[in-house]
Write a protein that binds this ligand. Structure first.
Ligand code: ASP
Length: 354
């Protein structure tokens, strides 16, 4: 009986140890292919000291070096890397936006590619992400990520952000949700997510809406969808564009001046976004210049310098309504809107749709 008991026990132990071996994560055979397009920023930046989180050089490491720095990446996807540019995102211009967007669309056309990750500086990351949200012609996942600490810093957030971005881009349930911003365990929509703090790691927040989801053990868990239209549902086609219409942003403040508007018009702006006070109010100091700009067919769009909230109709204040877009995203939409229409009513409709 004793013998029987111990052999049963030994048998259980054997089964347990086999299942422990089998419990080791095995890479699935057919891993999805995620293409990583690198553009520079802090995520590719290095400093002399490990303690340095400012004063470093952004856009130093290449796409290949970035991918090499991420352990376990090859367990969740087949990942390829490509360098689009290697710059700080303060220097991203319309030419870079068009180059990147065209390449994202080309890459997504390949049946072999499941999703795209764009690595980017955080300063203007939300502008690029919203641009892609409006011009990507695929429902495959496109994820933009960056980092607040350079690659050389203690606690660098770049490698885990790349791992999480690739996990989201590889996930079938991420399809059809528009372009996403993935950083710091959170999945945000490009429509709503904005950089809220100049220094802290926990800077990207969805102002005016919730996160789309979160990541736990590097697994994406989705909670919500945005109802504003995006990607395949927009009329914007960048494939033949070589430039974008000029749109400027002018900030509202006490004792502000009309000459900023005159300067924008003199420099051939086709549109001006007002980062207005409160719900897009316009002071008596700038109203005459706004009216003059409108007489010259320059489109004026009211938004808010608070960075959040909806702009209501108000007879006292001329201009289109920027809906709930912050000024920098309103600029992106107005540039694209002007590529398909100059009709203020149609453009107003676009602001409420996208
Ligand atoms: N200046 C950097 C950039 O936007 C900041 C960052 O990436 O966090 O390129």
């Amino acid at each position: 009986m004793k013998v029987l008991k111990s052999s049963v026990f030994a048998g259980i132990l054997t089964v347990l140890s086999i299942s422990t071996v089998n419990a080791q994560p095995q890479p699935p055979k057919d891993l999805p292919h995620v293409a990583v397009l690198a553009t520079g920023g802090t995520i590719a930046g290095t400093a002399d000291q490990e303690t340095q989180t400012t004063g470093y050089k952004p856009g130093v490491l290449t796409a290949a070096a970035l991918l090499k720095s991420v352990p376990s990446l090859d367990k969740i996807a087949k990942v390829s890397g490509e360098q689009i540019v290697n710059i700080g995102s303060d220097n991203v211009d319309n030419e870079v936006l068009l180059k990147l967007a065209k390449r994202v669309n080309e890459v997504l056309e390949s049946p072999d590619v499941s999703g795209v990750v764009v690595t980017h500086g955080t300063d203007t990351l939300e502008e690029t992400a919203y641009f892609l949200n409006l011009v990507v012609k695929s429902d495959k996942p496109v994820v933009v990520t960056g980092s607040m600490r350079p690659a050389s810093a203690i606690g660098a957030d770049g490698p885990s952000n790349i791992l999480q971005a690739v996990a989201v881009a590889a996930a079938p349930e991420a399809r059809g949700r528009g372009v996403m911003i993935v950083m710091n365990d959170r999945i945000g929509s490009a429509r709503y997510t904005t950089k809220t703090d100049a220094n802290s790691v926990d800077t990207f927040k969805p102002v005016g809406g919730g996160y789309l989801g979160t990541l736990v053990n590097q697994q994406p868990i989705f909670e919500t969808r945005v109802v504003k239209k995006h990607t395949v549902e927009t009329p914007f086609d960048v494939s033949k564009l070589t430039a974008l219409p000029k749109v400027d942003i002018i900030y509202g403040y006490q004792n502000d001046n009309g000459y900023m508007f005159d300067a924008a018009v003199a420099n051939h702006a086709q549109g001006i976004i007002i980062a207005g006070v409160g719900a897009g109010s316009e002071s008596r100091f700038i109203l005459p210049a706004i009216k003059k700009a409108m007489e010259q067919n320059v489109l004026i769009v009211r938004s808010t310098r608070t960075g959040a909230g909806f702009i209501p109709e108000d007879e006292a204040y001329p201009g289109l309504l920027g809906d709930s877009l912050n000024p920098q995203k309103a600029r992106i939409l107005l540039m694209l809107a002007l590529t398909v229409s100059s009709d203020p009513a149609k453009i107003q409709e676009m602001f409420h749709t996208y």
